[in-house]
Design a binder for this molecule. Structure first.
Ligand code: SF4
Length: 585
């Protein structure tokens, strides 16, 4: 991160400089560390510029110009969402910043940083990566400006986007630049070209000019585009989209890493600490994950509102038990380790060890769990259970907790009773994270989530295990307010259901239309791209606030708004003191 560190290594320049909107933490849970250490293992000299002063070109010149390329990322989060809440209020905290203080990251950081590195060193290729750029490789609906924007590639004027989990594509980019070759056609990348090869069998999406107008035709074209992208999740096809006289070409995803390659990645010499430059300034995201271990990557849940599948891919790559135990050993040797692994998990903890068993390989279905768990899914949860048992028996380990969420429909469909028993008995730190997200069937269908009866059965199972093992843990349930397809009446139904079940949600997420997600297309077009049916959309801040108030109507500060919502929906009968009432008069 500094010239002094370069001098200490005898480097006159870096081969690659990674620019990120987050503080630099040398821990495998942080993307720049993972990519940086990986490139270093291939023999490249890698510098990192973290949270630079984006108003100054000099801040991008501290390490000189890279010999091969700049790797630019907004950070772990969408930079707009890191600055503003969904209600467009300024956030005061930033968990990825030193001291947790917000303000050092620009809006549209991928674009701003790219512009600065271009000024800092002319002629050096710029490769965009990370979640923000990855989800904006095609034209996308932008919540903040309420319009469809073109791909981030021409806006940022970057050479390529390395989308998704980019180890393979970045290794190929580095090798080609080192050898003086061009960057065309690399799997896992998006590029802009002047001409497309019509003989190559590439799939053409509706052009930016077709999807951008805020008209009925424009929205219909946008829905078609969203459907085409959705139906080709992980497909080995190249998708192209015209932008004016040029084309955005998105090459097929890079092949996922093998489990052995993933094992190797996590054995790289991470210090598992923030850079010493931050001194005593705590980085909240680091404090949360410091003693956590990632067991796998990928998610095949295919929830309409989520982008993990679009970013990490739906193929689960699981690390071997031996490699995970080895990392636990290294973690437990850290001087400030207190005997607790805070999380042994991944995007969804109980997807560890599961895979597609279809003989001809994974299909193009966006979800392996919705509408029903696929019969080809090899989801024996004994591997996950055995991992838990082995981990907690390691010397020096007092507790191994699972604080990642689990999928209860997967648990039920795959006979995961032994895994769940083990989890409840030994691995819950007071609360189990679970995401029913809603309770009304048609809203759950819009979300691509399992129906409410599955959740009810899960809660019964949970309660029985709590009694059996004399535990007093709670479920930490996540719900989304304002998801497309959810009307005020649906939210009232959910509030009534929660009251009957004695659930008082604490974790309420205001819906945010993540670019590339199916739900973003529903939000923008007002239609479900899969069915073509109209869906209710809470668009204004007032509509969103009324939905949120209903979900949190057990809290006095939301009573007034919840009463307003009930009156507006013609359900004043639910205001009062009776057993059915949601709020007092
Ligand atoms: S065949 Fe089934 S398990 Fe395999 S990818 Fe398709 S939906 Fe998933």
């Amino acid at each position: 991160m500094t010239r002094a560190e370069m001098d200490a290594r005898g480097w006159d320049l870096c081969d690659i400089i990674l620019v990120t909107g987050d503080a630099y933490v040398d821990h495998p849970a942080f993307g720049p560390a993972l990519i940086g250490r990986f490139l270093e293992s291939l023999g490249y000299r890698v510098g990192v510029i973290a949270r630079p002063d984006y108003t100054s070109v000099a801040a991008f010149q501290v390490l000189g110009a890279p010999r091969l390329f700049w790797g630019v990322s907004a950070g772990n989060l969408d930079s707009n969402l890191a600055r503003l809440t969904v209600m467009r209020k300024i956030r005061r905290d930033d968990p990825y910043a030193p001291g947790g203080i917000s303000g050092g990251r620009p809006a549209n950081a991928s674009i701003v940083y790219t512009s600065r590195v271009r000024q800092a060193a002319k002629g050096v290729p710029v490769i965009l990566g990370g979640l923000e750029a990855s989800l904006r490789r095609w034209a996308y609906y932008d919540y903040w400006t309420d319009r469809v924007r073109r791909s981030i590639l021409p806006d940022a004027k970057a050479d390529l986007i390395a989308y998704g989990m980019a180890e393979r594509s970045v290794a190929e980019i580095a090798a080609r630049l080192r050898d003086g070759r061009d960057l065309h056609g690399i799997p896992g990348t998006a590029e802009m070209v002047s001409q497309v090869d019509s003989a190559a069998g590439w799939v053409e999406l509706p052009s930016f000019e077709e999807v951008a107008p805020p008209t009925e035709e424009g929205r219909a074209a946008y829905a078609r585009m969203a459907l085409q992208i959705h139906q080709r999740a992980g497909s080995p096809e190249t998708l192209v989209q015209k932008h004016g006289p040029r084309w955005v070409v998105v090459h097929p995803p890079a092949a996922p890493l093998t489990p052995a390659a993933l094992d190797k990645l996590y054995t790289l010499p991470f210090t598992r600490k923030p850079h010493p430059a931050y001194g005593n300034n705590r980085i909240p995201a680091y404090d949360m994950i410091r003693d956590s271990i990632t067991t796998h990557r990928g998610c095949y849940g295919g929830c309409a509102f989520c982008a993990i599948g679009a970013h990490q891919g739906k193929t689960i790559i699981s690390r071997s038990v031996a490699a995970i135990l080895d990392e636990i050993k290294r973690c437990s040797a850290m001087p400030d380790f207190h005997g607790t692994i805070s999380d042994l998990g991944g995007p969804t903890a109980n997807m560890y060890g599961t895979s597609c068993g279809r003989p001809e390989g994974p299909c193009a279905r966006a979800s392996c769990l919705y509408p029903e768990v696929c019969s080809s899914l090899k989801a024996d949860q004994r591997l996950a259970r055995d991992l838990l048992v082995a981990a907690r028996k390691m010397p020096g380990i007092r507790h191994v907790f699972v604080t990642s969420g689990i999928r209860f429909d997967l648990l039920e469909a795959t006979g995961g009773a032994e895994y769940f028993d083990e989890l409840v008995r030994h691995h819950i730190c007071g609360r189990l994270k679970i995401a029913p997200e809603h309770g009304v069937p048609q809203v759950l269908a819009a979300m691509r989530k399992p129906p409410p009866e599955k959740y009810r059965r899960f809660v019964e199972h949970w309660a029985a295990l709590q009694r059996r093992h004399a535990r007093h843990d709670q479920l930490n349930e996540y719900y989304i307010s304002g998801h497309p397809g959810c009307s005020l009446a649906d939210m009232i139904e959910l509030a009534r259901m929660l009251k009957r079940m004695g659930i008082r949600p604490e974790q309420v997420q205001d819906f945010y239309p993540v670019p590339l997600s199916l739900a973003a297309a529903m939000y923008y077009t007002g239609k479900d791209p899969l069915t073509g049916e109209s869906v209710a959309v809470a668009r204004t801040d007032r509509e969103k606030n009324l939905q949120r108030a209903l979900l949190l109507c057990h809290l006095p500060e939301y009573h007034s708004k919840a009463r307003e919502a009930l009156r507006e929906a013609g359900r004043s009968d639910l205001i009062g003191r009776g057993p059915e009432a949601l709020v007092p008069p």
